[in-house]
Design a protein around this ligand. Structure first.
Ligand code: HEM
Length: 187
């Protein structure tokens, strides 16, 4: 039978980092996949708070990783150990890059590259699913099923958003192509 452990402080901090991270993904996903939510004003409000939520996610992740590195005496300079924690380190590196460039100065300096850099947030989604599944395997806490459902749920909705965006892009380029052909037919 599956028994669930009580979460430690480090687990709670990891969960809070996950929760804040998911909140940063919501505005765009809601706008595209659930456009009617715009009427509630929630996506717009979440968008306004996005910078703050992202920075919060970074600090929760920092505290989570710090406690676990101390508790387990993790040495990242040992390649074998590094590979064991590679998903966590990968996600944390992405969170760090995003947190330090979440300001107007970076947006201005990086121009087009800023958007490209911030697309890394979607890669973190896949790394995190792997991280939680791998690290919690065999000793789930009360938070683990909630975390797994949340990260898998947001990943599925993200993939739907991706598919919807591709569909509308294809539709627009088909419309453009048929408009361009029209004058030729008239002649
Ligand atoms: C260097 C970076 C990281 C390290 C070394 C690390 C390490 C770990 C370890 C060892 C566990 C298992 C804890 C246990 O056995 O009770 C864990 C769980 C977890 N980590 Fe990380 N982690 C890192 C980064 C992150 C980041 C960036 C997030 C962001 C959301 C995160 C979220 C979580 C979550 C949600 C859990 C599961 C907690 C639960 O279900 O109770 N971790 N981490």
């Amino acid at each position: 039978m599956l028994t669930l452990d009580l979460p430690t402080q480090a687990n709670i901090l990891g969960f809070l980092a996950l929760f804040s991270y998911i909140v940063t993904l919501l505005p765009t996903i809601l706008r595209i996949v659930f456009p009617r939510t715009k009427e509630t004003g929630i996506p717009q409000w979440l968008l306004k708070q996005r910078r703050l939520t992202g920075i919060l996610a970074f600090f929760f992740a920092l505290a989570h990783a710090y406690l676990l590195v101390i508790k387990r005496n993790i040495d990242f300079f040992d390649l074998k150990t590094f590979l064991i924690y590679v998903q966590g380190v990968g996600t944390f590196t992405i969170f760090t890059l995003l947190a330090i460039t979440s300001n107007d100065w970076s947006v201005k300096k990086l121009k087009k590259n800023w958007k490209q850099l911030h697309k890394l947030t979607y890669f973190a989604m896949f790394l995190l699913t792997w991280h939680i599944w791998d690290k919690m395997s065999g000793h789930w806490t009360y938070l683990t099923p909630v975390g797994i459902v949340a990260i898998c749920g947001i990943t599925i909705v993200f993939l739907i958003r991706f598919w919807m965006e591709r569909q509308s892009k294809q539709k627009r380029s088909k419309e453009k192509a048929s408009k361009e052909q029209l004058p030729a037919k008239v002649q």
